[in-house]
Ligand binder design. Structure first.
Ligand SMILES: [Zn+2]
Length: 217
């Protein structure tokens, strides 16, 4: 077993493993139940690549059980969703991970981190790094609290994201292919803005991989 699998098995001795998608009990080595896995709406084609990215992959649609798992994670039940999302991204975004030299994450805002005590996308990205052997670097930091994106149009979302983050460690990405991890992608405005920022700081290319993507009807 790999270190993360051992950690998971040890944790399951105290709190049994649950499927992040339906909350049912699952086996010690399982990350989800088969029924939920079969109902995920996998995106074989990554839909359109958000503007500004040199490659993009979303595991599945942000709907049904996938959405329930993300909401569960945001409510603080994060261990099961984070393990499952990392494993699914590691498997489904393999071509991008193979090309990447550095893995990083869209950081969580301070208020949210204080409230929840963890940064969800960073945790997913660190686990993917452990699963794949690609180095994780925390290169972005939060400069301002991001306004609620839901209420904004595409251009405002982009402006909002540009204001919210900055590159704190450009030396970690200079001349490198970077893969940015996030949990959910809605319009791609955040990932696109982050990609511009990383390229301006010297990244050779910037790709994005997320667990779920909202798909336009
Ligand atoms: Zn399930």
């Amino acid at each position: 077993m790999k270190p993360w699998e051992l950690r998971r098995a040890a944790a399951a001795l105290f709190l049994p493993n649950r499927c992040p998608f339906c909350d049912e009990l699952i086996g010690i080595r399982e990350l989800w139940c088969v029924r939920c896995y079969n109902r995920l709406r996998f995106l074989s084609d990554p839909e359109e690549t958000p503007e500004g990215l040199d490659g993009f992959m979303a595991v599945c649609r942000y709907t049904g059980r996938a959405r329930s798992a993300v909401l569960r994670m945001k409510q603080g039940y994060y261990r099961y969703p984070i393990d499952a999302f990392a494993a699914l991204i590691a498997e489904n975004a393999k071509p991008l991970i193979d090309r990447a030299e550095v893995i990083t994450a869209v950081p969580t805002g301070r208020a949210r981190k204080m409230e929840l005590g963890y940064a969800q996308s960073e945790k997913i990205a660190k686990l993917i790094s452990e699963m794949t052997g690609k180095p994780f670097r925390s290169v972005l930091s939060v400069t301002a609290e991001k306004r609620e994106q839901k209420l904004l149009n595409a251009e405002e979302r982009r402006e909002n994201a540009l204001k919210a983050y900055s590159v704190s460690r450009p030396e970690d990405i200079r001349g490198k292919s970077v893969l940015v991890i996030d949990d959910v992608c809605t319009t791609g405005a955040t990932l696109g803005a982050v990609a511009d920022m990383l390229r301006n700081s010297g990244a050779a290319s910037v790709m994005g991989a997320v667990f779920a993507k909202t798909v336009r009807k």
